[in-house]
Design a protein around this ligand. Sequence first.
Ligand code: BG6
Length: 300
Amino acid sequence: MTTSASAGKAKPEALGRVTFLDGQGELPMLEISTAWSTAAMYLHGAHVTQFKKKDEPPLLFVSQCSRFAEGQSIRGGIPVVFPWFGSREGLGQHGFARVKAWDLKEFTPAPDGSVSVRLRLPDCPEAAGFPAFTADYIVTVNQSLTLQLVVTNQSRDAEFTFENCLHTYFDVGDVTAISISGLKGLSYLDKVAGFMEKTETNEALRIASEVDRVYLNATGRVEVLDPRLSRKILVEKQGSASTVVWNPWITKARQMPDFGDEEYERMICVESGNVASNSISLPPGGSSTLAVKLSSETLK
Ligand code: BG6
C-alpha cells in the first residue's frame, strides 16, 4: 500500500475542501470533500464517522442510537483505540483516546485533489500513568481513506508499551451474506469462547452468530465481499500485526444501549492494530506508525 496522498490527476478546480461544522451533540466536526468522495470527522476521539465515494453507498456504519457526547465513544465509524485494547482493571474499555477531544494541528488540501488532516491527542490526566508520548493521527481523503496513527515515546529513559487499533465499522447490506477473506491459517483468540486460541481454517469467514476474534500475527490485507451492496471492501495495512473481527449478533446488540437491536445485520467490524501479544514496545525516542488504507470496488 502507499500512504502518500496519491489520488491521480485532479483538475485545479477540484481541490479538496474542509468545512467546520457543529456535528451531532454540538461536537465540533470536519466535513471533507474531494472530487471523488466526502468524509466526516469529529475532533472528539479523532473519530472518522463517514467516508463515501460519489457513486457508492457509505463505507462506514454508524448506529442510529450512538451517543455524541463528551466522555462517550461514538458507536460506529472508526474509534481510535489507544493506548490499550479491551478492558483494563479500574480503567475504561479500549483506552482513553476515543473519548478525548483531539487538537486539530493542520489540514492540507493537496494539488492532487486529496485532503489530509492531522490531529494530536492532548495531554490529559489519564496519560500520566504512561511514559511521556505523543500520538498524531493523519487522515487522508481521496478515492480511498488512509489513516495513520503515529506514536512517539518522548521519555528519556522508559520503554512505552501500548496497544492500538482502528476499530473500523463497515456498512454492509446483510452481514450473513458477506464473506471475509485474508485470515486463513492465522491463530486467533476467540473472545466468545473465553479467549481460547484457535486457528482459522476457512478460506472466507461467514457470520452466522456472535463473532469476536483477535487474529494474531495478521499483517496481510483483508477483503470483505458484500454481494447485497455489490461491493468489495479492501483493508490494507502497514505496522499492524493484529486484525480483530467483531459482530455482536442478537443478544449483545440488545444489551448495548447505544446500538439498535437489529443493527448487527448491517455492520461488521474489521479492525487493524497491534493488540494482546502483538502489543508494541517503543524504546525512549522510538516511534511507530499504524497505517491503514480503506478502499472499495463496485462489483459488476
Ligand atoms: C471489539 C472487542 O473490538 O470491540 C469486543 O473485541 C467489544 O469485545 C467491541 O465488545 C466493542 O467495544 P465497545 O467498548 O466499543 O463496546
